[in-house]
Design a protein around this ligand. Sequence first.
Ligand code: GLU
Length: 325
Amino acid sequence: MNRHVFSTAAFSGALLAAASFASPAMAQDEEFITIGTGGQTGVYYVVGQSICRLVNRLEDANIKCNAPSTGGSVANINGIKSGELDMGVAQSDVQYQAYNGTGNFEGDAYEDLRAVFRVHGEPLTLLARADSGIEELDDLEGKRVNIGNPGSGQRNTMEVVMDAKGWTEDTFALASQLDAAEQAAALADNNVDAMVYVVGHPNGSIQEATTTVDARLIPLNDEDIEGIVEEYPYYSKSVIQGGLYKGNPDDVETFGVAATFVTTAEADDEIIYQTVKAVFDNFDRFKRLHPAFENLDQEEMVTSGLSAPLHEGAARYYREQGWIE
Ligand code: GLU
């Protein structure tokens, strides 16, 4: 965060020289924070933008928050680790793996990773063109599948599915690595047969795909998926509600994770305190910012789905509210 403070000061200095309307005292107190999100048609982007909107309204804190689009969960945790990001959204499986040094983080446990709160549920969402002949997970063999950009949570979780199936990228006629925001157009343009997205519902990406091409949500409920859910504590069965998207009237069984908000132990206690305060003091407003937030429950958000320890600044606010001991 210090780096942001310095750059703010430099920026304000330039402004001052150019226009001499800014007050130097104002600039010195400002803290800039950056939240890592995901593709612009996903839900993480709205999570980050919504948190920033509430943080930027805080009158006394003087925090300037921004939430750019990023590659997703893994990119966000790596960005926090390298100091490029202060906070970020990450899937609960990725949080677990990063903190414990398992999966794609094997041998590289990030012990300073800190949980802030859990957000919405994210089912693994497999969407296939209706003309592709894909009706179940195993039908992906020999098809053109967008397995997600490296750095995204869906790529990470899809690799777990591929391992359970004994699949490699050669299992598919094409294993493309398009960013989340590019997949819907690729499906509509018939450049891929199927796309994979670990995402809250409803979201702009699946909406875009299903309104531009005839496409179906495919269930992930076979015995290999059952095996994954049994083996790993951070996966659970999940359902994508019917009727959210054109041409998909029925509930679809799958499995999934939760979106979580994370930071580093090095982040300033007061800034994290102010950030969670901004969200939970204005919780009704926050929940109205996306339909995927509708059923969020404050106490559940701070007590379940988190594997890294709570950040001290967040824990202070939750203790004050009586949500944790
Ligand atoms: N779960 C996805 C990821 O970790 C992002 C979903 C979203 O942007 O809403 O990359």
